[in-house]
Every structure is written in structure tokens, then in C-alpha cells.
Design a protein around this ligand. Structure first.
Ligand SMILES: NC(=O)c1ccc[n+]([C@@H]2O[C@H](COP(=O)([O-])OP(=O)(O)OC[C@H]3O[C@@H](n4cnc5c(N)ncnc54)[C@H](O)[C@@H]3O)[C@@H](O)[C@H]2O)c1
Length: 270
């Protein structure tokens, strides 16, 4: 598979799953613009990804938040200036916190819903406007979560936002299909990134591994596992697939996601 001459925009590409997807796109020859909120993540990713991006020539970073329309517009303007129209969009930026609904703060609700759901809307709108004008079609991959499907105590904001992302994926697939733009989502299970550190070790890690069905000795999902499926969905190999949310979780969804609030409290994760 080759993506030479194709342009991508990845949100939250400074670390974790977004960085793995960015690396994979660069390795296949694409030009990538990353919209990232954290300067230290940009600095580290810039150094790490330089060898994959012709010394940085095929990689641009835009500092800002997916939940700000002005920042999103600035990122698409930078992508246009550096590489041209964006063909592929990965809505990956997200964040999480844990709290029962009765104790949940408005700030946490706004942060999580704005990052995961509003960010996906703002970037999709900006992407679709320029891709429709361009007329060449394209593809969007949204990083949703198993929490779009399964409810977990303590994650009311996150579950609501990710369910929103998956439903939004279907609406956009319907609206954008006539422009040859496909829209799909991935629902990662617990994936080893800085965001989920406490969830892959100790008792919490064991609880998740007990629900992974692939392998004699089940393993946690890695960012590379998500990147592989993202690349497939962005590529022409998936030319007849749109509107889906695909779990990438070692089969965790087969067993069901356990509601881990009590374990999180006992293990001191919250
Ligand atoms: N790690 C998991 O177990 C897991 C499971 C299911 C879904 N997900 C989803 O995968 C996505 C990536 O998660 P991750 O585990 O790699 O997280 P991470 O925290 O390791 O990386 C997320 C990146 O996004 C950036 N970011 C956060 N808010 C932003 C904003 N408003 N604008 C731009 N950038 C922003 C962060 O600075 C960071 O670099 C998220 O949407 C997350 O909800 C992760």
C-alpha cells in the first residue's frame, strides 16, 4: 500500500494512538499535519518522527485544540499551505476522567465532551468543506471507544461522548457518501498508552486481560494495532466500508466490558 501524494490530518498525534497512526501514515509516504494541544508532546513527536518524514519535510504540527473552531481552521490552513487539500482525517484527540455522575463537575463534562465529540464535529466540518470543493473524495476515521457500546460506572461524560462519536460517524457516512467520502470509527479496547496507564497494570490490568479472547496468553492492545486498522479504513482496500464502528480490542467486546469503578477506587486509580 502506498499513500505517496496523499495528505492527512491527525488530531492528538503527539503521543499514544495518534502518534502511532501518524507514524504509519508517514511510513507509507503520506504528508501529515498534526493538530495537538500539548507543546511537549509536539516536541517529542517531532524528534521521534523526523526519520520517517524525510527529515520533517512531510510532517507539520499545528498547536491548538480540536474544540476551538479557530484552532481547527488554522490547522487546515497550515495543511493546505504546506501540502494541499487534506484527503484523510483522523479524529483521534480525546481525554478522560473518572467520577460518578452525582460528583461530576461541569468543567470535566465540558472538557471531555468538547474534546471527544465537539472536536470530532469541528474537524469533520472543516475537512468535509475542503474535500467536497476538491472533488477527489477521501476518508475519515474517528477514534471512538468500547465505551461507546458498553457503559462503565464513573465514565458518564466519556461514554456519552464516545456514543455520540459513533452515531455521528453514521450520520456523516450518510451525508458524505455521495462525495466519495467514507466515514468509519474504531472502538479501541484498553490500549497501552499514557492515557490508560493505570488500566494496563496491577489488578485492573488483569481484569481487562481476563476479558481478552485472542491468544494463549492474552495481551493488551497496542497503539500499533489501532494504527493498522486505521490505515486499512483510510485506504482503498476499505472502499465499500462506511458508517461502521469496529472494535479493536482482542475480542474484549465478546466477553463484555466490566464496569471497573470499584476496582479503580480500590487500586487508587481515581
Ligand atoms: N488508550 C485507551 O485505552 C483507549 C481506549 C479507547 C479509546 N481511546 C481513545 O483513543 C484516543 C487516543 O487516546 P490515547 O490513549 O492515545 O491518549 P493519549 O492521552 O496518550 O494521547 C492523546 C493525545 O491527544 C492530545 N489532545 C488532548 N486533547 C486535545 C485537544 N483538545 N486538541 C488537540 N489534541 C489534544 C493529547 O495532548 C495527547 O497528545 C482518544 O480519543 C481516546 O479516548 C483510548
Amino acid at each position: 500500500m502506498e499513500l505517496v501524494g496523499k495528505n492527512a490530518l491527525v488530531t492528538g498525534g503527539g503521543r499514544g494512538i495518534g502518534k502511532a497512526i501518524t507514524a504509519e501514515l508517514l511510513g507509507l509516504g503520506a504528508n501529515v499535519t498534526v493538530l495537538e494541544i500539548e507543546p511537549s508532546h509536539i516536541q517529542a513527536a517531532e524528534a521521534e518522527l523526523a526519520p520517517l518524514s524525510s527529515g520533517g519535510d512531510r510532517l507539520a504540527f499545528s498547536l491548538g485544540s480540536v474544540s476551538s473552531a479557530a484552532d481547527v481552521d488554522a490547522a487546515f490552513a497550515l495543511a493546505k499551505e504546506r501540502f494541499g487539500t487534506v484527503h484523510m482525517l483522523v479524529n483521534n484527540a480525546g481525554t478522560a476522567a473518572m467520577s460518578p455522575v452525582v460528583d461530576m463537575t461541569e468543567e470535566d463534562w465540558d472538557l471531555i465532551v468538547d474534546t471527544c465529540m465537539k472536536g470530532t464535529f469541528l474537524c469533520t466540518r472543516a475537512y468535509a468543506r475542503q474535500a467536497i470543493d476538491n472533488g477527489e473524495g477521501g476518508a475519515i476515521v474517528n477514534i471512538s471507544s468500547l465505551n461507546a457500546i458498553a457503559a462503565t460506572d464513573g465514565l458518564g461524560h466519556y461514554c456519552a461522548a464516545k456514543a455520540g462519536v459513533s452515531q455521528f460517524t453514521k450520520v456523516c457516512a450518510g451525508e458524505l457518501g455521495r462525495f466519495e467520502i467514507r466515514v468509519n470509527a474504531i472502538a479501541p479496547g484498553t490500549t497501552r498508552t499514557p492515557l490508560s496507564e493505570g488500566f494496563t497494570i496491577g489488578r485492573m490490568g488483569d481484569e481487562f486481560l481476563n476479558r481478552v479472547v485472542i491468544g494463549k496468553e492474552p495481551q493488551h492492545t497496542e497503539p500499533q494495532d489501532i494504527a493498522n486498522v486505521a490505515i486499512f479504513l483510510l485506504s482503498d482496500l476499505a472502499s465499500r466500508i462506511t458508517g461502521l464502528t469496529i472494535p479493536v480490542d482482542g475480542g474484549n467486546h465478546v466477553r463484555g466490558l466490566f464496569s471497573y469503578w470499584d476496582v479503580a477506587v480500590e487500586e487508587g486509580i481515581v
